[in-house]
Write a protein that binds this ligand. Structure first.
Ligand code: S3P
Length: 272
């Protein structure tokens, strides 16, 4: 029994060292982020994570616990991304834009890269109503759906540091747009009508396009919405011909530039 207590004590001592070293490691992560933020170096560096894993594997050599230790490091890295996001964005990120602009895809990638929470407004509505968007339009009409969107946004008020992928028409209501501005930064994703058409043409999940699946209709609806989208956006990113990682990096660097400018302005105002 005494022997068992002795071993447990040793394990406790190991935990002390791990905790201490993890806290140091995490503070270095914060330093890296502050450095990247100040210098404008890309935040997402997928090749770096790969390098780190390779280095770890080399360090572990033929260690008996290689698999288990590598598994632990997966969580360490995941949490590094979380720390990174926490120090970058202390607000919600609302992704807006026309149907097929890539909001859901980009929200998913940002969620993976930044370990932030993510919500899909349309998905929330579908789950709550137990009906697809097309069924809601068919049964109750568009105005009813728009009310559901506004209510969903109100429900999202309690969220923080969350990526919200919005339905393409949400910002057309002024109250919704005001709400987004108040509770986070708004990122507009754009794409040419031809690009949108290519992305959505095989889907029948968008009632507004179901009987209008052509470039002319997309183009004219986009034109009607253009001014509002631009007005509401804090940041605009064109998605045509770009891959997902490039788009995410552009969003992050534009948001950081905006935050830096805001901080500078606040500091100048404080001096006056
Ligand atoms: C709509 C966009 C859709 C969905 C609904 C209406 C719109 O969302 O909310 O079909 O008016 O632009 P996505 O933009 O995610 O396709």
């Amino acid at each position: 029994m005494e022997r068992l207590e002795e071993i447990r004590k040793k394990i406790g001592e190991c935990d002390d060292v791990i905790i201490e070293q993890l806290a140091i490691r995490m503070s270095h992560i914060q330093e890296i982020i502050a450095y990247k933020k100040a210098t404008g170096i890309p935040i997402l560096q997928p090749e770096q994570e790969k390098k780190q894993t390779d280095a770890l594997e080399a360090k572990l050599g033929d260690c008996e616990f290689e698999e288990e230790i590598l598994d632990i490091f997966k969580y360490i890295m995941k949490n590094s991304r979380r720390i990174q996001a926490k120090s970058l964005f202390d607000y919600n990120i609302f992704l807006i834009g026309f149907m097929g602009a890539g909001k859901s895809t980009i929200a998913g990638e940002l969620q993976r890269k930044l370990e932030m929470e993510r919500v899909e407004m349309d998905q929330m509505i579908v789950e709550k109503q137990g009906m697809s968007i097309s069924e809601i339009f068919d049964e109750y009409g568009e105005a009813y759906f728009r009310n559901l969107e506004s209510n969903t946004l109100i429900e999202l008020q309690k969220k923080s540091q969350t990526i919200v992928s919005c339905g393409g028409g949400v910002v057309m209501r002024e109250e919704n747009a005001d709400h987004m501005k108040k509770h986070g930064r708004v990122v507009l994703l754009t794409a040419k009508p031809e690009t949108i058409y290519e992305r959505v043409k095989d889907s029948d999940e968008r009632p507004i396009l179901n009987n209008n699946m052509n470039v002319e209709f997309i183009s004219s609806l986009m034109e009607k919405r253009r001014e509002r989208y631009q007005q509401v956006a804090d940041v605009v990113v064109a998605t045509d011909g770009k891959d997902v990682v490039t788009i995410c990096e552009e969003i992050i660097s534009k948001l950081i530039a905006l935050d830096n400018a805001d901080e500078k302005k606040k500091a100048q105002e404080a001096e006056i």
